[in-house]
Write a protein that binds this ligand. Structure first.
Ligand code: BES
Ligand code: MN
Ligand code: ZN
Length: 484
């Protein structure tokens, strides 16, 4: 259940209270006995950061994040602390919570709330009646005290809902969600948010000669889909659109180059790029941002079926370039390549692809950074880097030297879909760069889309990483265009 968040500056007598203290200060309106106050002070002097006081009729949680030089880090600490507070709420079966800060930075309250909502996520639709009840004790009502505007709260709400959507889509297993279902589901959600949507089926994909998507999808009986979502507000600040491209491999078996045990288990998440891109579009639309953005999502399975493509095949892509298949498990770049060339039809000023593209990105950064690369120049990378620091979905920029392109030259076609064993994340990006002539950025989220265990407010399983980063990025693009 997704909680209701509202502004309320009157302390509610029967809800639990979370107070974020500035230098151990406590607000006057906090009703505590003398002994409780003494106990609190002692805990604070001892350096405890989360202190719970159960006064029978009411639960009070005092949160003392310590001091951080870096405000981005402070907000992150508050998001993280919210994930421990939620456990306390659960233990006490408290469903509503009143959140206030004694400092003069209301953003603290918003950050804490964000952490609270994000850590309340669970994927329990298939857990059976008996296991589901644990989810019922999560917060249902969140009240914020502070000088907020309705739009601050709505934006927070939109972003959390988008993260939930991305997590849900990625957690959904392959037998419950094929490319066609995915297209229908996104179409439905997108239209409810006011986006224009269009879905190309197998026939249209063939008619357009999207050779990459056709080759990868040949091994599956489920047909591919090419999904287009567009947000074009009347007062768009950009004349030329921004295009997002998301990898939508509904399950990556590896194809004929079948993945072995220990590598295949999480591959329902190989559409995380698509989920992130689509969920970001929903947040942009729900926030009514004045930016024109288009999302392109090529979706299909990678399976070793009777008609599956095989190593050695030469594919003619949507833009006419030929590609020699070295390994059918390097499938993502084949789908994305067609979508990137299709993106150029819109004459975009920036193209960004998001994909669980390489094990190499995962080996390099684990789940702590998104591998970012491209040719758009410093302005966009700096903005993305700063957005990443604010939301704590940080990027690591990879070199994108032209020399890396040598690794993917083929003897018998224009390109091959795999380089040598080295610099795999970069050569994958270099492959993609061949397919768009526009300023291009690529985000490899292979390491951060799924987690084996919950990490603070990032749930176990799908994390939705990328949604907050991109939404924040477009928010700052919007702000910078407004200034010009
Ligand atoms: N979907 C995978 C990449 C991936 C790996 C995503 C780990 C999430 C976690 C991609 O299609 C892939 O299979 N890449 C291989 C290519 C290689 C075997 C040719 C890789 O990078 O290991
Ligand atoms: Mn693969
Ligand atoms: Zn893949």
């Amino acid at each position: 259940m997704y909680p209701v968040v509202e502004i309320n500056n009157e302390l509610l007598p029967d809800s639990s209270v979370a107070v974020i203290t500035d230098k151990g200060k406590l607000p006057d309106w906090l009703v505590l006995t003398k002994t409780e106050k003494e106990y609190l002070k002692r805990c604070l002097t001892d350096g405890q950061d989360v202190i719970a006081i159960n006064s029978y009729f009411k639960l009070t949680v005092v949160i003392s994040p310590g001091s951080f030089k870096d405000t981005d880090r402070k907000y992150e600490e508050l998001r993280r602390m919210a994930s421990s507070v939620i456990k306390i709420l659960q233990e006490h079966k408290q469903k509503d919570i009143f959140i206030a800060s004694t400092g003069n930075d209301d953003k603290e309250v918003l950050a804490f709330t964000e952490g609270l909502i994000l850590s309340s996520y669970r994927f329990i639709k298939y857990s059976g009646k008996h296991n589901k009840s644990s989810g019922d004790t999560y917060p249902t009502d969140i009240f914020l005290r502070g000088a907020f505007s309705e739009s601050d709260v709505r934006s927070l709400d939109n972003i959390c809902k988008s993260v939930f959507l991305a997590r849900d889509l990625v957690n959904e297993p392959n037998n419950m969600l094929n490319a066609v279902d995915f297209a229908a589901l996104l179409g439905e959600k997108a239209e409810a948010s006011g986006l224009r949507t269009e879905v190309y089926g197998k026939k249209k994909i063939e008619a357009l000669r999207m050779g990459g998507i056709m080759a990868v999808s040949r091994g599956s009986i489920d047909p591919p889909a090419f999904i287009i979502l567009e947000w074009k507000p009347e007062k768009a600040l950009n004349k030329k659109p921004f295009v997002l491209v998301g990898k939508g491999v509904m399950f990556d078996t590896g194809g004929i180059n079948l993945k072995p045990t220990n590598y295949i288990e999480d591959m329902k998440s190989d559409m995380a790029g698509a989920a992130v891109v689509a969920s970001t579009m929903m947040a942009i639309a729900e926030d009514r941002m004045d930016v024109h953005v288009i999302a392109l999502i090529p979706a299909c399975d990678n399976r070793p079926g009777l008609d599956a493509f095989v190593p050695g095949d030469i594919i003619t892509m949507y833009n006419g370039k030929t590609v020699e298949v070295i390994n059918t498990d390097a499938e993502g770049r084949l789908l994305l390549a067609d979508a990137l060339s299709f993106a150029d039809n819109y004459d975009p000023s920036l193209v960004i692809s998001v994909a669980t593209l390489t094990g190499s990105a995962e080996s390099a950064f684990g789940n702590q950074a998104i591998a970012a690369m491209g040719n758009t120049g410093n302005k966009h990378f700096n903005m993305l880097d700063e957005a990443g620091k604010r939301v704590y979905e940080r990027i690591a920029v990879m070199p994108f030297f032209e020399e890396y392109a040598e690794y993917i030259k083929s003897d018998i076609a224009e390109l091959k879909n795999l380089g040598n064993k080295k610099a795999g994340a970069i050569t994958a990006g270099k492959f993609l760069e061949h397919f768009t002539k526009k300023p291009y950025m690529h985000l490899d989220i292979a390491g951060c889309s799924m987690a084996d265990k919950a990490e603070y407010y990032r749930s176990k399983g799908a994390s939705g990483t990328g949604v907050r980063l991109l939404t924040e990025f477009f928010r700052s693009m919007e702000a910078s265009m407004r200034k010009q």
